[in-house]
Design a binder for this molecule. Structure first.
Ligand code: HEM
Length: 393
């Protein structure tokens, strides 16, 4: 069997191939696309942590990103320490737990505003009407993006991640959208330097870090890299997690009823949704020295996929891994990554998902999903739905 993350069949249901890989080729080689892949939990976890051997510096998706763009607008997700740590520390000065917590009332008000018309209609498209606009409003409000620009910016962000079937080549429309999006961030940065607002972008202008030789601040390119990273990382994945939750609860009404009966179970259920249907299916790395796996050598310089989605279904780690069980214990979650690149927005994603599902459950204690009407997204490492029609039952 062959793993091709760009095939529509894989994006529809990657789990049968993952199982085969774990059992037969725990180190897999795809000759045509020139990558290796690890699929077992106990192989993926330490490799995520070992940034010295498994470098993020050539990007964390399989397709090669433009090195010129990476250099002009560096993103922490594709930098190794120490450059990574400097950026992460600077950003963490202003992207604080308090700032995240303070967003809860806004998240709730936005969720309610989006859900009210759906409640009146008795249903709609969960993705288009709810799980897409909610994280977008949250991230863009956090960053301080003016209302009028949000829809266009979100469309560019979406388009920039789209991929054609069976090929790692980035389509022209995606490249163009990423350039337009970058240009937008440049213009906004100029505008906000002249007329600051109270968003995170303006706080980043001021963020400082003590170093041996004095203090360091973020460059304009670093601020733009961070905003565009958040535009993608903060929107796409949360949208997918929410819709995966809607589909899983509809498929498993018994599990949904447990959460409705005891809302204190919701945070645990969210961890299980992340495990069962991870929005981020893999993290790509570049191998920095020859490494041995299962009697084979992966040579220095090779690309390797750490298959988070497969590790999360590893029967060596989880009993009955394909079962969706809101009470499952998950001592070492992988859905937000691990190690130095552990998701910066994990607490925000957890907060948004909890609040969104609380408000959804209040209005839709019973609902069904039209499975035939569901459509998948075709993105490189992001797994989820582009459309989920649902209706009150
Ligand atoms: C359910 C939602 C989310 C999922 C599943 C998710 C998943 C991940 C994963 C797996 C990584 C590690 C990538 C790697 O090791 O190569 C990551 C990193 C990151 N995520 Fe998230 N994420 C989510 C939401 C968010 C949100 C809401 C934000 C921002 C507000 C965000 C910002 C980031 C950033 C900045 C990084 C890079 C951190 C670093 O390199 O130090 N993510 N995320």
């Amino acid at each position: 069997m062959e793993l091709n993350p760009f095939s529509y069949e894989f994006q529809e249901n990657p789990y049968p191939i993952y199982r085969w890989l774990r059992d037969h080729e725990p180190l897999h080689r795809n000759e045509q696309l020139q990558f290796w892949a690890l699929s077992r939990f106990r192989d993926v976890l330490p490799s995520l942590v070992d940034w010295g051997t498994y470098s993020s510096s050539e990007g964390v998706v399989l397709e090669r990103l433009d090195p010129k763009m990476l250099e002009a607008t560096p993103m922490m997700i594709s930098l190794d320490p120490p450059r990574h740590d400097r950026l992460r520390k600077l950003v963490s000065r202003v992207f604080t737990p308090r700032r995240v917590e303070s967003l809860e009332p806004f998240v709730r008000a936005t969720a309610v505003r989006l859900l009210e018309p759906l409640a009146a209609e008795g249903g709609g498209d969960f993705v288009k009407d709810f799980s897409t606009p909610l994280p977008m409003e949250v991230i863009f409000t956090l960053l301080g993006v003016p209302d009028a620009d949000r829809r266009q910016l979100r469309e560019w962000t979406d388009l920039a991640l789209e991929r054609d079937p069976d090929t790692p080549a980035i389509p022209a429309r995606a490249l163009e959208a990423s350039l337009l999006q970058m240009r937008y961030w440049y213009e906004l940065l100029g505008e906000l330097r002249r007329r600051p607002n109270d968003g995170l972008m303006c706080s980043l202008f001021e963020a400082e870090l003590e170093t041996d030789g004095g203090t360091t601040r973020l460059t304009d390119g670093e601020i733009i890299g961070f905003c565009s990273l958040l535009g993608a990382a903060g929107n796409e994945t949360t949208t997918k997690l929410l819709a995966n939750a809607a589909v899983l609860f509809a498929r498993h009404p018994g599990e949904y009823r447990k959460v409705l009966a005891d809302p204190a179970r919701l945070p645990g259920a969210i961890e299980e949704i992340l495990r069962h249907s991870s929005p981020a299916q893999y993290a790509a790395r570049t191998v920095m020295r020859d490494v041995e796996w299962y009697g084979q050598t992966v040579p220095q310089g090779a690309r390797i996929l750490l298959l988070i989605g497969s590790a999360n279904h590893d029967e060596r780690e989880y009993r009955d891994p394909d079962r969706f069980d809101v009470d499952r214990q998950i001592p070492e979650p992988l859905g937000f990554g691990q190690g130095v690149h552990f998701c910066l927005g994990a607490s925000l994603a957890r907060l948004e998902t909890r609040v969104a599902l609380e408000e959804f459950a209040r209005r839709f204690p019973r609902y069904t999903v039209d499975e035939n009407g569901c459509r998948r997204v075709h993105m490189s490492n992001v797994h989820g739905f582009a459309s989920v029609p649902f209706a009150r039952a």
